[in-house]
Design a protein around this ligand. Structure first.
Ligand code: G6P
Length: 492
């Protein structure tokens, strides 16, 4: 990006407009800081699919990304990376505690995930959530060119669409919620439910993962706002005339090419072989890969696996379960408790069933680069995705994309959005431990012909719907294209 294009704020010419025609706004910037051997810092693109999907759009337009760079109390100037302008938003230590750990991850996250953990409602957290959302909106307003398209991401920033529209009515504003949108009866608990709904309605288009999320949202709009709704269109009366906000489902996917290429690379294939060897070449390798989060159903999976060992339906000689649990939100109380619970359960199971040469569960509290993840997917005969609630679950899709040999079995929770698309998985209700045990055994014992038949259909689905199609279809709809019939009309 040309250096002359921008100064610190993004606004250059006194017109009140910034330079960027396409702006993504998310809580986190899509880069991670890496410290080199000499101690100097540089930035590396984070592994998420979102940035992969949007990088080409960024490169084609004058694109900028606005977000937090991950450290508290640090002011950074905007900088260029990978053909993108990155505009860091500052968060103080208090903001991190009250807006990020508090309102985002201890109020909204549990509320939007079926109240699996009890949400906490604190007025001080709400005040800081509002203030930080305003800061993001202001940074965006300063950077956006006249008539620019802005795409706001996820539950941390639900007030940004309205705040931004007030500052810059000329913009086209989209919002995408990566996590579920709760049913009315649960959303109704939120003391600031009206403000959140009005915040989202500032967008021209609000996108969700599943049609059911979209219809939950429209029911909440009907109940908590005075606006009229027709199908997926909300008609918003303002002093300056009426405007429409539309809502629909746009299920996110993964960077299929990237996963495919890795799965075919000789180094990754060799690493997969090595992983199996290190496990003692058991008949069956089972795998779980999750952020260490209570929505993922890791406890249920481990309980079911422990019982299978107890019943003698699996043995440590024949089977090995690898559970990758990447560290997440470690200062939030419910996450700390969950870690203790899971590590206690794994310790008890391993203590009971391990032998000197075999371990029941290899528990890894780490994050790994994509190469290692794909090697793990290739090494695993059975993938366990047992989320209690999940907006989509991209791990399930990555497993399918990695299985270039068209084999392997996926046990998938019906409460993950991915279950809408991967119907040939072995679908489970993770709360039903006996059902979960039987599903795991079906996957362990699946006949090769059946696993290939199922995997072929799932691969076709994933290969045809990658993350670039997802972003394109959202942006086309934001541009005015009619919403598809399956997008969730609120009348289901
Ligand atoms: C989920 C959310 C994202 C979030 C990610 C990691 O996927 O939808 O918005 O960035 O978890 O969580 P973190 O709190 O570390 O950003």
């Amino acid at each position: 990006m040309a250096e002359t294009k921008a100064n610190n704020s993004g606004a250059t010419d006194g017109s009140g407009y910034g330079d960027y025609d396409f702006i993504v706004v998310s809580n986190r910037l899509p880069v991670d800081r890496v410290t080199g051997e000499g101690g100097g810092n540089s930035w590396r693109r984070s592994p998420g699919g979102l940035v992969t999907a949007l990088a080409p759009v960024m490169a084609k337009t004058e694109g900028a990304w606005i977000g937090w760079h991950g450290a508290a109390d640090e002011v950074l100037k905007p900088f260029d990376h990978d053909n993108m302008r990155l505009v860091p938003v500052e968060l103080s230590a208090d903001d991190v505690e009250l807006y990020y750990e508090g309102f985002s991850n201890a109020t909204l996250w549990p509320l939007y995930h079926d109240v699996i953990a009890p949400p906490e409602f604190h007025r001080t957290w709400w005040e800081v959530y509002k203030a930080v959302n305003r800061r993001f909106a202001e940074a965006t307003a300063e950077s956006a060119a006249e008539g620019a398209t802005v795409w706001v991401q996820d539950y941390q920033l639900q007030l940004v669409p309205k705040l931004l529209r007030e500052l810059r009515p000329d913009l086209k504003i989209g919002f995408f919620n990566h996590i579920p949108f709760p049913p009315l009866e649960i959303f109704a608990q939120l003391p600031w439910r009206r403000q959140v709904i009005e915040g989202l309605l500032g967008a021209d288009l609000v996108g969700f993962q599943r049609p059911s999320d979209s219809s939950n949202f429209l029911r909440c709009v009907r109940r908590f706002s005075g606006h009229t709704i027709k199908s997926q269109h909300v008609n918003i009366r303002t002093d300056d005339g009426d405007r429409i906000c539309r809502a629909g489902a746009f299920p996110i996917s993964i960077d299929v090419d990237q996963i495919n290429q890795l799965a075919k690379s000789p180094e990754v294939i060799e690493r997969a072989r090595q992983i199996r060897e290190e496990l003692g070449n058991p008949k069956t390798v089972l795998l779980g890969v999750d952020r260490l989060d209570y929505t993922k159903g890791i406890q249920h999976r481990i309980k079911a696996y422990g019982e299978l060992l107890e019943d003698g339906r699996v043995t440590v000689e024949d089977a090995a379960l690898i559970q990758v649990a990447s560290p997440s939100r470690e200062r939030v109380e419910s996450y700390r408790l969950l870690r203790e619970e899971i590590e206690g359960a794994v310790g008890r199971i391993n203590g009971t069933y391990d032998t000197l040469s075999n371990t029941a569960i290899r528990y890894l509290h780490h994050s790994y680069p994509k190469e290692e993840m794909v090697a793990l997917y290739l090494a695993a005969d059975v993938m366990l995705v047992t989320a209690l609630r999940d907006g989509m679950n991209l791990v399930a899709k990555e497993y399918v994309a990695s299985r270039t040999g068209v084999n392997g079995a996926l046990v998938l929770s019906e409460f993950a959005g991915a279950a809408d698309h991967l119907k040939q998985a072995i679908l489970v209700n993770p709360h039903d431990i006996d059902g979960l045990k039987d599903a795991i055994m079906r996957a362990v014992e699946i006949a090769p012909g059946e696993s290939t038949r199922r995997m072929r259909v799932m691969r076709r689905q994933i290969l045809q719907n990658d993350v670039e199609q997802w972003s394109q279809s959202f942006l086309r709809a934001l541009d005015g294209e009619t919403l598809g019939k399956t997008a969730g009309s609120g009348n289901e």
